[in-house]
Design a protein around this ligand. Structure first.
Ligand code: CTP
Ligand code: MG
Length: 227
């Protein structure tokens, strides 16, 4: 049987750095919330068979009926860290070992259909998998505790990781089993197994909303139809 594509969307965070009254995935972005916009971006890809949204255990918010097609399932099974939430989502998937899983942050509402298709097409049947990422453009400085530059860091070969990150279900389950301390994305967990994920060019509009200023930027990009 041909492999299928599943998606897991970690949406169980509290948004402490943004500091709004609600978790950031529920903040308004042009008439709809950030989480639902991120889901729309994934659902635009017909190759995705099913999307599991991992909510915090006490989160009872659900979309109005008919807002999404039958591919979306909401599970209030989130954990203490992002990696714990992703592991819980993976555990609840009915995916076979060789099926593909796209993990995409609820806090990245600006993913374009083109970038998503590029990731799926470029990874193809790669033995490891890959992730969207952007080559770093700024000159990089290392700073000390009093914000003094201690070094300029060589930029060549450095990329900033985005999501989605695309790996086979079996590999990802193995990578996220056991100690998840210090794992901030799926690729880093896969790297710990000694494997080298593929870097696929992402896009600036696929930023992660972390601080209040990012929310304003996401709103501006959205109202201009992306960038
Ligand atoms: N996330 C999750 N479970 C957690 C922590 C985070 O599912 N225990 C999700 C968030 O909802 C978000 C994504 O992982 O979609 C990226 O995490 P981050 O940007 O750090 O979001 P928050 O943890 O909500 O924000 P903060 O770190 O500022 O509290
Ligand atoms: Mg966080």
């Amino acid at each position: 049987m041909a492999e299928r594509y599943f998606a897991v969307v970690p949406a169980a965070g509290g948004g402490t750095r943004l500091g709004a009254a609600e978790p950031k995935q529920y903040l308004d972005l042009g008439g709809d919330c950030m989480l639902y916009r991120s889901l729309d971006a994934l659902l635009a890809e017909p190759r995705i068979a099913a999307v599991t949204v991992v909510l915090a255990p006490d989160d009872e918010r659900r979309p109005p009926s008919g807002r999404f097609d039958g591919r979306v399932r909401f599970c209030a099974i989130g954990g203490a860290t992002r990696a714990d939430s992703v592991a819980a989502g993976l555990h609840s998937l009915s995916a076979s070992e060789d099926d593909w899983v796209l993990v995409h942050d609820a806090a990245r509402p600006g993913l374009s259909a083109e970038a998503l298709a590029r990731l799926i097409d470029t990874v193809g049947d790669d033995p490891v998998g890959g992730l969207l990422a952007l080559p770093v453009a700024d000159t990089l400085k290392r700073g000390d505790a009093s914000d003094r530059v201690t070094a300029t860091v060589e930029r060549a070969g450095l990329w900033a990781a985005q999501t989605p990150q695309l790996f086979r279900a079996g590999l990802l389950r193995r990578a996220l089993a056991g100690d998840r301390a210090g794992i901030t994305d799926e690729a880093s967990a896969v790297e710990r197994l000694g494997l080298r994920p593929l870097l696929v060019r992402g896009e600036p509009a696929n930023l992660k909303v972390t601080l209040a200023a990012d929310l304003a930027l996401a709103q501006a990009l959205l109202s201009h139809g992306g960038a």
